[in-house]
Each structure stands twice: as C-alpha cells, then as structure tokens.
Design a protein around this ligand. Structure first.
Ligand SMILES: Cc1ncc(C[n+]2csc(CCOP(=O)(O)OP(=O)(O)O)c2C)c(N)n1
Length: 586
C-alpha cells in the first residue's frame, strides 16, 4: 500500500481520524498548516487563546473521556507556555499527545525567530519527546506517540514538527498501528491475600489511577468482603460511590475530623492506583508501622516511604482476582460499625454546621454546595480548582460524589487555573452531562480569555465563581503570619468589607457577552439563580454565577495551614502521629 499526504499535517489529521480523535485543542503558531489540514476533517478544533488553557482543557477531556487527548501548539514561547500544562498532565497521569512547531533544521542555532531548544525543556515532563526531521519518520513517530501516551501509566508525549518539514509530502506504506494486545493480568499474589484475609481493621484508599477501572463496583465489593473502610485521594474521587456506607471521605489533608478514629485504628491500608503524595498522606493517614499494600500499574507510581508488599498490575484486574480468591466471608462487623458511626458523626457535623449557617444573613460556601447538590442532576460532574474557598468541596460530606456523578480535580501540582479551563474539556467529553466548575475569582480571571473561547463555542459549562476579589489563599497566609495591614495585599481593598457590586454596578469579573452571568446579591436568591445557571448551561451556554464570599469562610483548620504543610517533612514517615494534624481538621 502507499498513501501520500500533501503535507505532514494531512498525515497527522488522518492519524487522528483513524484513532477516532474527534476533538483537538490548541493554538497553532504562525504556520496554519494544521488548520488547513483540519478544514474538511470530522474533527472539532477548539482554538484557544492561551496554550496553558489548551493543555488544561485537553487534560480535562482525557480524564473524562478515558482516552488520549491531542493538543496543537506553535514553537518557542508557545512551547514554554505549554510547559505548565505538561506538568499538570504528567502529574495527573493523563494520556496526551502534544504536537508542536519548531525551528527548521537548517536554521538551528542561528538566532532564528522564536528559536528555542524545546526538547530538553519538555523532556522532564513527558514520557517521550521526539522531533521529526524527515518526512519518512512521521508515521512511526505518531504511532509511537499514541502508543506511549496511553500504555502502562498514561502520561503526556511531545512531538515536534519543525518548519522545514511542513511543506514536504509524506508517504505512508503500511496501516496505522493497532492498539497493543494486553497479556493476562497479574495473579492474586499470595502475600497480598494473606494480609487481606488477616486484617481486622482494613482501609482501602482509592487513587486517581483507578479512574475508569472500577467496573461493576468491584472496589465496594472488596470493601464489603474484607470489611474495609474506603477513602479516596482527591484525584481518586468519582471512582467509588460515596453514598456507600463504607466510604469515609478523602484521605490526608481533606480527611474529615470525625473519621480520624478510623485512620488511627486501621491495621492494614490497601492503596489502589495512588502514588501516596503529600496531600493524600498528610494528617489523615495510617499510623506508623501499619502495613501498606500498594497496587499500581507502574513501579514509578509505588511509594517507597511505607512498609508492606506491593502488586504491579492493573488495579481493576487485581481487585477482581482478589475477590475471586477470597471467596465469601463475614467481613469485620465491629470495624464496619466503627466506620458507620464515624461517618454518621461527619454527616451530623455537616448538618449542624449548615443549620448554624442558615441562621445568618451571610451566604456561606458550604450552603452553595448544599444547594448545588440539591439542584444539579445526579450525573453532574464537579470540576474543582485550587484556592482557599473552593476547598469546602473537598470535605465529604459537604460534597458527595455518587456513582452516577463525576469529579475532576487538579493534580498534586495544584496548578491555579487548571479546573477553570479543564471544565471545558470535560464538557466536550461529556456533552450531555452537567459540568460545574467550582472556582475562585482569581483562577477564573486567570483563564477568562479561554472561558470566552468556551462561551463563543457554546460549550455549556456552569461556573460557580467564589468572589473575594483576589487571591484568598495567599491573603490568608499573609494574615496568618502577622503581616496583615502591611504593604502587601492579595485582595482588592474592597474585598474585605464589601459584599460585591451594588445593583446596576459593573461586576469585577471579566465575562464574555455570550455567557449568561448573574451575581447572587442575597442569600434567598441563590437557589433560583443556580437553577437558571444550570438550565442555561444545559442549552449550551456558558453560565457564570458570581457568589460574593467573605475571606474568613474557609473549611475549619485550613487557614492555619502553611502552603508546605509544616511538619509533614520533619515527621519522617508518619504524619498522623502529631496531634497538630488532628487539630487542623477539628
Ligand atoms: C500556577 C500557580 N501559581 C500560584 C499558585 C499559588 N496559589 C494557590 S491558591 C492561589 C490563589 C487562588 O485565588 P482564587 O482562585 O481567587 O481562590 P481563593 O484562594 O481566593 O479562594 C494561588 C495564587 C498556584 N497554586 N498555582
């Protein structure tokens, strides 16, 4: 066979169509060959205004769709801008192929326009980086890019198409590569089974590596069989049904205080698809010496900070093997009762907190979440951000992610602006489902240019924007360290004492005119406006609901934290052993 393409971009587009890629994100450079090749193709190109947002959107898309996303960027500063997105995609373990421009071979090191040595810049952030210097290399490089992005532990891959390649014909002499066939999954592993069978107070921790791998609720079935409590890391949210009686919330930093006895009492921790990074292990975590049985697809994802055996394998298959090998059993009724009691206490604490809030005229973030939970259909997907005030949504059961619902969060890098942009990719991957981005006004403003892209393109995301007029997290750090009232401020002066623009005044948020936009000026209006926002988004319109919040409205204990979670580093292996951790979640 011999198929010839007039340009490399035509070959790329054919590869995309062959692989069923229906959406591409990006901002091409001065060379618009990619757009010409896409002109007639059945592929939607979301033209972004910032490469960072393009990569964030692509990452959100890949997370939601469970398949490789594709991004197109230019060269030089475009690649530099894309670096933040690569960092986030790498940290989230998301399959992403980034196609970038590059300086022509014959002009390298000549001080050419936008020349940058791009390969070494991106290499630490990708699974593979390649430059195509000859048209005959394009087909195998594209095949390899898609193979590596999605295989094993998924991650980003970078392919550079230098300028002097772009007017050359490409000939393909063989079919595009097929998906590799996976050999049989890992066995049940006797050492692991022994631990599972012997544990009296087990805990299962579900990480982001289990996304799309909990077929038929097999993790919940394992929890029932061995009588375990189930927790999730932030990125593992949405994998298990949080309404299940064994679910105890998030681990580590976001662990509900009422669940602390479960962490303290555990005699085995089973981790599925988690790298056990700091946010997941800080404070709410097992005691020193408790064995941690880790399951991960990739050895690089195994933590070597804890004792206990590990299993290398696909988590879903490993759990299925365990269930089969364990057979039936009685669980651990006493431990299950402890978990149920702690869970009920966490629920009661939230109910009491909401009742207290209901008595004040001020609208609280927790109340916004409660109304959102009531109004948004069950298959909603909540996209979270990085900030002080949106953090309420990490605290189960202030927000509960049921089996039909979804959750997308930033990685351990907590890159500001990720959630606000990624929500667009999530919506494109799940157009029929309500996608709600829960974001601070700082994050929103950072990606406002590409929220406008979504508004223009009719990508109906609902934005709930918590407006404190600035960077609340950093302001609370300043206040915490006694520098309040000094030279520096992270909030607009009016942010502390005003509740937002008066009726008729301009909003402080940059919102595209094609978007629906309203400000919640009084508590009583919240339900109606949120309902309207959700309805507008369902029609394909970006909806921005601006919710004025006061800076002191943060989850308990959070404002006292330092950015680097003090103590975690000094405590060597066991973050839960310090009383300060428990206090911070009181
Ligand atoms: C790229 C990046 N830069 C800086 C930070 C540090 N940072 C964490 S939260 C935050 C402020 C967030 O402000 P906003 O989105 O308005 O939420 P708020 O904290 O006010 O609730 C900043 C700057 C970050 N996480 N990522």
């Amino acid at each position: 066979m011999e198929i010839s393409y007039p340009t490399p971009w035509h070959a790329v587009v054919d590869a995309l169509v062959h692989r069923g890629v229906s959406t591409v994100f990006g901002l091409p450079g001065d060379d618009l060959g990619a757009l010409h090749a896409l002109q007639e193709a059945p592929v939607r190109m979301l033209l972004c205004r910032d490469q960072r947002s393009a990569l964030f959107m692509a990452t959100g898309y890949a997370m939601q769709a469970g398949r490789t996303a594709v991004c197109v960027v230019g060269k030089g500063p475009a690649v530099a801008n894309a670096v933040t997105g690569l960092l986030e995609a790498q940290s989230s373990g998301v399959p992403l192929v980034v196609l970038a421009g590059g300086t022509a071979a014959k002009r390298r090191d000549s001080g050419a326009f936008q020349e940058l040595d791009q390969l070494p810049l991106v290499r630490p952030l990708v699974k593979w980086a390649a430059r195509v210097d000859h048209p005959s290399r394009l087909v195998p490089v594209l095949d390899r890019a898609f193979l590596l992005a999605a295989s094993g532990a998924p991650g980003p891959v970078y392919v550079e198409l230098p300028d002097d390649l772009l007017d050359q014909e490409v000939v393909r002499t063989r079919p595009w590569a097929q998906e590799p066939i996976l050999a049989g999954a890992a066995g049940a592993a006797p050492a692991a089974l022994e631990l599972l069978a012997g544990a009296r107070r087990p805990v299962v921790l579900v990480g982001g590596g289990m996304r799309g791998r909990n077929e038929e609720g097999r993790i919940e079935a394992l929890a029932e069989r061995i009588g375990a409590a189930v927790f999730a890391t932030a990125s593992g949210r949405g994998v298990v049904d949080e309404r299940h009686p064994a679910f105890g919330g998030l681990a580590g930093l976001y662990s509900p205080a009422e669940l602390q006895p479960v962490w303290e009492g555990a005699d085995l921790l089973v981790t599925l698809g988690s790298r056990l990074e700091e946010t997941a292990t800080y404070s709410g975590f097992v005691g020193e010496g408790v064995p941690v049985l880790q399951v991960n697809l990739d050895a690089g994802g195994l933590s070597t900070e804890y004792p206990g055996p590990s299993v290398l394998g696909e988590g879903g298959a490993v759990v299925a093997h365990w269930l089969e090998a364990l057979g039936s059993g009685a669980g651990q009724p006493e431990w299950t009762a402890t978990v149920a009691r702690c869970r009920a206490e966490a629920r009661a604490a939230v109910t009491a907190r909401l009742a207290e809030m209901a008595g004040s005229a001020t609208l609280h973030v927790a109340e916004v979440l409660a109304v959102l939970e009531r109004l948004a259909p069950a298959d909603r997907i909540l996209v979270q951000e990085n900030g002080l005030q949106d953090m309420w949504s990490y605290f189960f059961p202030h927000w509960v992610c049921g089996a039909e619902a979804g959750s997308i969060v930033p990685s351990e890098q907590t890159t500001l602006g990720f959630g606000a942009a990624a929500a667009g990719g999530v919506k494109l991957a799940a157009p029929e489902r309500p996608v709600v981005a829960f974001v601070g006004d700082g994050a929103f403003a950072m990606v406002a240019n590409d929220v406008s892209t979504l508004a223009r393109e009719g990508v109906g995301v609902t934005y709930v924007v918590l407006r404190n007029r600035g960077y609340g997290w950093l302001q609370c750090q300043l206040d915490q360290h006694g520098t309040a009232g000094g030279r520096f401020r992270f909030l607009d002066e009016r942010g502390l004492d005003e509740r937002g623009p008066e009726e008729g005044q301009e909003s402080s948020l940059p919102v595209h005119p094609a978007a629906w936009h309203a400000v919640v000026r009084e508590k009583a209006a919240l339900g109606e406006l949120l309902g309207e926002a959700l309805r507008e988004s369902a029609k394909g319109r970006v909806a921005v609901l601006e919710v004025p919040v006061t800076i002191d409205d943060a989850p308990p204990g959070i404002t006292e934290l330092d950015g680097d979670f003090p103590g975690a580093a000094q405590e060597a292996t066991n973050p839960v052993s310090t009383p300060v951790g428990t206090e911070q979640h009181a």
